[in-house]
Design a protein around this ligand. Sequence first.
Ligand code: CTP
Length: 397
Amino acid sequence: MEGKKILVGVCGSIAAYKSALLVRLLVKAGAEVRVIMTQSAQSFITPLTLSTLSKHPVATEFVKNAAGEWENHVELGLWADLILVAPASAHTLSKFAYGLCDNLLTATYLSAKCPVAVAPAMDLDMYQHPTTQENMTKLQRMGISIIEAEHGELASGLVGTGRMAEPEHIFDFVESHFSTEKRFEGKRVLITAGPTYEKIDPVRFIGNHSSGKMGLALAHQLAGEGAQVDLVAGPGKYSILSDRIAMTAVQTADEMYEAVAERYAECDVAIFAAAVADYKPATVADQKIKKSGETMMIELVKNRDIAAEMGLQKQVNQLNVGFALETENESTHAQQKLSKKNFDMIVLNSLNDKGAGFSHDTNKITIFKPSGDSLKFEVKSKTEVAKDIVNAIYELG
Ligand code: CTP
């Protein structure tokens, strides 16, 4: 990000305080940051905070000072390598969508030739409103990246999707946007992620605690490096920050199998990061099963092994990468899976390692290759782990 010129737009939202953290992260990474604030943004955070952090005066009006000097929005727009509006209010999103131009931010947006990304922030119903959704779709069609809002508690006290993506997540987006190493340009990568839910009856299922975070981090890393990513994901919350990622949501192992089988022949690399249920109920009850005896049995039948079956179809120009989560004899089990499923590489997480596994934001991995070589890594964030895995995949190719 060193030397990249980023114009941060700040709109009126309680999330405006987070733009201070974002600006700090960007400056710390070496970016040159300038900030434009709308008038209502200044009710939430002062220009002084952002000018101190960005080390540049903050632009707020068409007229710069008492001498009547013009704040040249055309120059600002052409200066930027990226315009990043965070937080982006519903109002500003709709102005962007329709080309309305009533303040310095909207005028700069219309003057700019560089890529634009917006991180919406609003209450959940405003975010879900068909008008907001339509505006975002329209912006996306125009090539603007939407850094999707996240789920959590909102200023209204309600809980839902609408809060601005965390500054670290926006930073990750910017980092991958500027990732100069487009090592996977022109490559198609298929990734499975998350758990599968195997239905017992209309209200119950057998599942597991996989969050899908590792698969999602890999998807973003690879998309940042130029790949076109097909993400086939089991139930979970996935905040997709790249238009190079096409997500297909599935529930069961059978649905995951079908989605993968449909896409496998087209991919250059397949990464099997999902925690697929090994078994499913032999029958799914049509109605909710009523409580009866003291014990109850559910007959389970084996699910198809997606990775193993794709391993049988693998062509010489394809690479398959597997995951193994083990609790004992970790290396032996991982290496057995490597050869049994015809993987070119397997990533082992051991539940015995602190900070590794399903619901953590961190992971500790060892990578095994068919040659017997192994690479051990320290505990890192899943984003950092994704970089290590992607480096190892690149070296295989
Ligand atoms: N896998 C898959 N389809 C399945 C089961 C597993 O694609 N039905 C993939 C996983 O995504 C992972 C690898 O196979 O990349 C190993 O998964 P794991 O559950 O550790 O292996 P299993 O073969 O199911 O072995 P076990 O559960 O007995 O350890």
